[in-house]
Design a protein around this ligand. Structure first.
Ligand code: ADP
Length: 393
């Protein structure tokens, strides 16, 4: 229950006039006063409500206040509900004794002194609120503990994958070096050097991505923004991922707005975002697939969509896919040494640009579409920044 929801208080008296009087004395916006005219009615209300306090009339026809209190003490649900008995006139000590035995915490004599009633009731209402707040904090802590456990598990898994991914290129570099030392034929040596270069590039890329993630997490990345044409950024991204798309024999279709669209952006970073999405589309699509890069702009901004007809993403993973170290369980065969950090980087870079990113997929084998939304510059732009080269992916 929400920690600031109204507090339920139970009022039990067989006479409606007395109930109305009690209600009038206790009325407050933060209370819900539940009224019952018999023990049975009260028990029914107690089944549905977790009350902070029960004010019970002692003398009632049928089940009297003491009997009701005994039943309440006998049930797990209502055992700890504080009970204040409302007694007619001065109650003799014998009756009070029975009342305490039945589970009363206090007595109030009629005619009721309003400030006495209110201050006694307030003690229990405050206690109830504190208990409820503690319960809400306990629930919040349980949720954070579960999230921490999950993050810890993901980190462990990441370290295992990282160790594995680092071992492969390192082993290849070592055996390459060994071969080079023994190989004298220039063409062979050239081929080995080429392989070693690719491995080294892969390693350097992994380390660069890892550094990027921690730099962004610590808020150390600032964008070097300038004014650029969307088309140039997209073409650079395609250039950066062309090798991977061609190597897998995929087709690439592009569609861009006719009119020029201007962005206030970090050219390299934004091209990195789109190239990353294109590289993923190439990786997670079986050879000979179809990749589409589609951009459209309106008053609200630009929408860049990268879609493929590849392995798709299960619905339950779509919300988590942008979290760091997250990989779809049975996609590892396609990951090509990926560590589950690319999309986390992409999202952070898009957010730094004041944009947003989302994914849609109808599921396994149905392809995926990633959509990036970014703000654009409205009106004519005269000066554009120098276009930096984009690293190949
Ligand atoms: P990775 O290095 O594993 O590719 P990313 O952060 O780039 O890391 O992507 C996280 C995960 O999202 C991938 O492991 C993969 O399971 C899934 N994924 C990303 N892009 C696609 C896509 N186009 N189609 C299907 N799954 C994808």
């Amino acid at each position: 229950m929400a920690a600031n929801a109204p507090v339920p208080v139970l009022l039990v008296d067989d006479l409606s006039a007395n109930l109305l009087a009690l209600e009038g004395l206790l009325q407050r916006d933060d209370l819900v006063l539940l009224k019952a005219q018999s023990g049975e009615e009260a028990l029914e209300l107690l089944l549905q409500n977790d009350v902070a306090l029960a004010l019970l009339d002692v003398q009632m026809p049928g089940m009297d206040g003491f009997e009701l209190a005994e039943i309440m003490r006998g049930s797990e649900r209502t055992r700890h509900v504080p009970i204040i008995f409302v007694t007619a006139g001065s109650s003799d000590s014998q009756r009070q004794f029975r009342g305490y035995e039945a589970g009363a915490v206090d007595f109030i004599a009629k005619p009721i002194e309003p400030h006495v009633l209110r201050s006694k009731a307030n003690v229990f209402i405050d206690l109830y609120c504190q208990r409820r707040q503690i319960a809400a904090q306990r629930d919040e802590l349980a949720v954070s503990a579960a999230a921490l456990r999950e993050a810890d598990r993901a980190k462990d898994q990441f370290l295992a994958v990282l160790a594995h991914e680092l071992r492969n290129p390192v082993a290849a570099l070592m055996s390459g070096l060994d071969l080079l030392n023994r190989q004298r034929a220039p063409e062979q040596a050239e081929m080995i050097r080429g392989q070693m270069e690719r491995m080294l590039f892969h390693l350097a890329r992994l380390v660069e991505d890892l550094l990027d993630v921690s730099r962004i997490s610590e808020g150390k990345v600032s964008l070097k923004t300038g004014r650029f044409a969307l088309k140039d950024v997209l073409l650079s991204a395609v250039e950066g991922s062309r090798h991977n798309i061609d190597a897998a024999g995929h087709g690439l279709t592009m569609e861009m707005p006719e009119a020029p669209v201007w962005l206030e952006a970090d050219y390299t970073r934004l091209a990195q975002v789109v190239a990353n999405l294109l590289n993923n589309a190439a990786k997670y699509t079986p050879a000979g697939g179809e990749i589409r890069l589609f951009a459209s702009a309106d008053e609200a901004g630009v929408e860049i969509r990268v879609s493929d007809n590849g392995v798709g993403i299960p619905a339950d993973m779509q919300a988590r896919i942008f979290e760091i170290f997250t990989q779809v369980e049975n996609h590892r065969a396609h990951a090509q040494g990926g560590l589950g950090i690319g999309l986390a980087l992409v999202r952070r870079l898009v957010l730094l640009h004041g944009g947003s990113i989302s994914v849609a997929s109808e599921g396994q084998g149905k392809g995926s579409t990633f959509t990036v939304r970014l703000p654009i510059i409205h009106g004519q732009v005269e000066e554009i920044g120098p276009v930096p080269p984009v690293p190949k992916g």
